[in-house]
Write a protein of this length. Structure first.
Length: 273
C-alpha cells in the first residue's frame, strides 16, 4: 500500500496548495491512502466544514485534527456527520466526533487511522498511549487481517513523547507520524520492528513565516510579551510537507519511508516511484 501523510495545513495558502496539488500527487505517486492534518486550515485556527469537503474532494481519505479542533464551532455537528474527519481519540468520553476510522482503499483493502494528542506542554487529556492501544487491539494487521495498514497521527509538542510513541507501537502499526510543531524533521526511518516513523511531518503552508503565521505579529509576541499582538497566516507560496510510506500487504509494516516537500521555499523532496 502506498500512503501519503500531509502535515498541518495552515491558512489559505496551505489549503490552496493541498486542494490543487493533491490530485496530481495521487496520480504521480499512485497513492492508495492519503491522510491530511487539517486543524490549522481556517486562518490558522481550526477547520471549517467547507474546507474539509474541499480537501476530501481533492483526494484526502481522512482528515485529522488536534488542539485547535474546536476553534470553528460549526465543525462539531460536521464531525458527527462525516466519519472521515477525526479528532484526537484521547478527548474524554462524550466528546463529539470520533478518534479513529477504518477506510476502504483500492484492492479490497482497509486502513485504520488514529489521531491522538500528546500531554507534554499540551492540554491535559486522557492517556494517548492507552487510547492508541485500545484502537490497535480491535484489529489484526496484514494479509487476512481486518486491516492492511494503520496510521497514527500523534499531535504533540515534545519530540520525546512522539519518539516514545514510535518505539511503543513499533511492529504493531504501519506509520507513526508527529504533527503540531509545523517543522519537518529529518529523522524519517523504518524502526527495528518495521514501523515507519517521523517526529514531525511539517506543515503545508508558507515557510516565510513563524510556523505559518505572518512574521511581524508573531515575532512581536516574543519581544513585547504583551497580549493582543495579532496573528494571521502567512499568504506566500506554500510548501507541501509530508511523509510517504510504502507497506507490505502481507504484514502491514513499512518497506520504506521518504519525506515529501514540494513548492515554496524549502528544499524539494519527491519520493521515488
Amino acid at each position: 500500500m502506498r500512503i501519503l501523510f500531509l502535515g498541518d495545513v495552515v491558512g489559505r495558502s496551505g489549503r490552496d496548495a493541498v486542494v490543487s496539488g493533491l490530485p496530481k500527487l495521487r496520480a504521480a505517486l499512485r497513492l492508495d491512502l492519503v491522510v491530511v492534518n487539517g486543524e490549522n486550515a481556517s486562518h490558522g485556527f481550526g477547520l471549517a466544514p467547507d474546507m474539509a469537503r474541499a480537501m476530501l474532494g481533492a483526494g484526502a481519505d481522512v482528515i485529522t485534527l488536534g488542539n485547535h479542533a474546536w476553534d470553528r464551532k460549526e465543525i462539531i455537528p460536521f464531525l458527527e456527520q462525516e466519519p472521515r474527519v477525526i479528532r484526537p481519540a484521547n478527548f474524554p468520553p462524550g466528546t463529539p466526533g470520533r478518534g479513529a476510522v477504518v477506510v476502504d482503499v483500492p484492492g479490497n483493502r482497509r486502513a485504520l487511522v488514529v489521531n491522538v494528542m500528546g500531554r507534554l506542554f499540551m492540554d491535559a487529556l486522557d492517556d494517548p498511549f492507552r487510547a492508541v492501544q485500545a484502537e490497535v487491539q480491535k484489529h489484526r494487521l496484514g494479509a487476512g487481517g481486518t486491516i492492511q495498514a494503520s496510521v497514527i497521527d500523534v499531535h504533540a509538542e515534545a519530540s520525546s513523547e512522539k519518539q516514545a510513541f514510535g518505539q511503543s507501537f513499533d511492529g504493531l502499526v504501519s506509520l507513526v507520524v508527529g504533527t503540531h510543531t509545523h517543522t519537518p524533521t529529518a529523522d524519517h526511518q523504518v524502526l527495528a520492528g518495521g514501523t515507519a516513523y517521523q517526529t514531525d511531518a511539517g506543515m503545508c503552508g508558507d515557510y516565510d513565516s513563524v510556523i505559518g503565521m505572518q512574521k511581524g505579529g508573531a515575532a512581536l509576541r516574543f519581544w513585547r510579551k504583551m497580549p493582543g499582538e495579532k496573528l494571521a497566516p502567512a499568504e506566500g507560496p506554500a510548501t507541501l510537507c509530508g511523509v510517504f510510506v510504502e507497506t507490505d500487504d502481507a504484514t502491514g509494516l513499512a518497506l520504506r519511508v521518504e519525506p515529501l516537500r514540494q513548492g515554496g521555499r524549502l528544499s524539494q523532496a519527491t519520493p521515488a516511484v
